[in-house]
Design a protein around this ligand. Structure first.
Ligand SMILES: Nc1ncnc2c1ncn2[C@@H]1O[C@H](COP(=O)(O)OP(=O)(O)OP(=O)(O)O)[C@@H](O)[C@H]1O
Ligand SMILES: Cc1ncc(COP(=O)(O)O)c(N)n1
Length: 513
């Protein structure tokens, strides 16, 4: 015995809103297979998933086709379709059904019997007769049976050729004529008709919901859209109808459903060029809205960051402070100011690194940031013990130090580990590069005796810090490659800002000491 909730056996009266499904709607596509993946059941499953449903598929027919056309059609015995349908509805509550290619009259009869028994809450029928390529997907002898099936649907989604065939009229050449035909089909069937503008010319591509029985806010509700200049329209009808079934099961409102689905489909057409599928009318990109998970090569994001910092590194080497430090001509008060600000900075930086440790996704990264935070405090106390103890008056928190630490604290409160990692990186990376260069210059000059900053320049030869910098770069690179476009862009902004503060930090003694 089926344990389906009563809701799924009760069909709402015409005009009555279908209750929106809580959670993920279970949507069954009853359609033909397109092995090239652009139309039929394959497009249905992609569309259902892309618009937030759980897709199921009972296959009416197998086609051999690609983007250029259909080469063969095989319709299995209708009893086998009936078995598929029963297997689904005996076990699973079906929130919405989308019906596509039916093939022949026996298949139509099997679907009719199942619909009359199960009475799903949402039935969308795409009366597929002829593929875009011109190949028949419904036997001519089955057209009458298809017409008789229409009143069992809530929404019918014919293209202009199908609309005309169902009415036995010539194809509409203008949008107003198409809407008039939509009204006639709606009146004949009692269903809502989705009249589609895809086959018309012009810069716009409108669609309209038509129902003359008062089910909508007006007899004709037009939803405008732009025409996308592409030949990749294979499967747009299949995609639209299954997305409408899914949206309706969730929203319970046809107009809202079309307004939700149409922009998604328009973007899927617009992004179709990203797919390189076939040589004919290619498929649309159903999942255009998902972030690309194609793994970027290791080091690629680090390369982007390094390029971002190049101008700031040049600026640092050009600063009077750096030249004076290297040549031994830096005024003592500027050096003392720098050391005092460095000690203050390291205290704040340590707190920010501790936050990175708290947010780290792996224990190895957690440990790395925790160790780095500890080392900052050790360097801070070493500065006080040996470098600052001989200097009597210590400057307070300077404006650049404050701004830099505030920026890091903001990054640590951004909620994004990736952004925080990007923000703390320049202090490792730029400092390590500048230190290495100054130390090398010092050695090249023969480590001159009597250089007033010789002892300080020797501290730059710290292999442990160079190794930690390599680890920090690796973590930021991995975080950047895994981030969404939006998060990666926030990482770049945070990194750029910190890199800029590195320049200002080295220039602050000149301005504020
Ligand atoms: N070039 C386009 N730009 C924007 N939207 C389009 C374009 N072509 C089709 N559409 C939209 O795609 C959907 C399907 O419309 P169309 O009239 O092409 O139906 P169809 O012929 O049944 O589709 P199919 O191409 O799958 O046979 C409609 O929402 C329509 O507005
Ligand atoms: C199995 C199957 N179902 C439907 C269509 C219609 O799609 P289109 O008109 O875009 O070719 C198709 N080509 N194949």
């Amino acid at each position: 015995m089926s344990s389906l909730p009563a809701l799924h056996h009760v069909r709402p009266a015409p005009g009555e809103a279908v209750p929106a499904t809580r959670g993920i709607p279970r949507v069954l596509a009853i359609a033909g297979s397109d092995p090239s993946g652009g139309a039929g059941i394959q497009a249905d499953l992609k569309s259902i998933a892309a618009t937030g449903g759980y897709g199921m598929a009972a296959i009416t027919a197998l086609t051999a086709q690609n983007t250029r056309g259909v080469s063969a059609v095989h319709v299995p015995p209708a009893e086998f379709l009936a078995a598929q349908l029963a297997a689904v509805s005996d076990d699973i509550a079906v929130d919405a059904v989308k019906i596509g290619m039916l093939g022949d009259a026996q298949v139509i009869a099997a679907v009719r019997t199942w619909l009359e028994k199960v009475r799903p809450g949402v039935v969308v029928l795409d009366p597929v007769m002829v593929a875009t390529s011109g190949d028949r997907l419904l036997q001519e002898s089955a057209e009458a049976a298809l017409r008789e099936l229409l009143p069992l649907a809530d929404l019918i989604t014919p293209n202009l050729a199908e609309l005309a065939m169902l009415l036995g009229e010539p194809e509409a050449a203008t949008w107003p004529d198409a809407l008039e035909q939509g009204k006639r089909l709606a009146a004949e069937t009692g269903a809502t008709v989705l009249v589609k503008g895809g086959h018309l010319d012009g810069a716009d591509c409108p669609d309209a919901l038509v129902n003359t029985g008062g089910a909508l806010s007006a007899d004709v509700v037009v939803v405008d859209g732009e025409r996308v200049p592409t030949r990749n329209s294979h499967g747009t009808g299949c995609s639209l109808s299954s997305a409408m079934a899914t949206a309706q099961a969730r929203l319970g409102d046809w107009e809202l459903s079309l307004r939700t689905v149409k922009p998604w489909l328009e973007e899927a057409l617009r992004s179709s060029g990203q797919l390189e599928v076939g040589h004919g009318n290619g498929p649309v990109h159903h999942f255009h809205h998902l972030v690309s998970t194609g793994a970027a090569p290791e080091g690629s994001f680090a390369d982007v960051l390094h390029a971002e910092a190049a101008a700031d590194l040049d600026a640092i080497y050009g600063l009077g402070f750096i030249r004076g430090l290297a040549e031994g001509t830096l005024p003592e008060n500027e050096f003392a100011y720098y050391l005092a600000q460095d000690a203050i900075y390291l205290n704040g930086y340590s707190r920010v690194l501790a936050r990175a440790s708290a947010l780290a996704p792996t224990e190895a990264e957690q440990l790395f940031w925790a160790r780095s935070a500890q080392q900052c405090l050790e360097v801070e106390s070493e500065l006080h013990r040996s470098w600052l103890s001989t200097r009597s008056v210590l400057p307070d928190l300077g404006p650049v130090t404050k701004a830099y630490v505030d920026h890091l604290l903001a990054a640590s409160a951004s909620g994004s580990y990736a952004v925080l990692v990007a923000a703390v990186l320049p202090c490792f990376w730029l400092y390590a590069e500048v230190g290495e260069t100054l130390h090398a210059e010092f050695l090249d000059a023969g480590a001159p005796k009597g250089h007033p900053y010789a002892e300080w320049l020797r501290t730059y030869a710290d292999e442990g810090f160079a190794e930690a910098t390599g680890q920090a770069i690796g973590i930021a690179d991995a975080a950047g490659r895994a981030a969404s476009d939006e998060e990666r862009s926030r990482m770049l902004t945070a990194f750029r800002q910190s890199s800029r503060y590195e320049v200002e930090f080295f220039d602050a003694p000149r301005l504020h000491s």
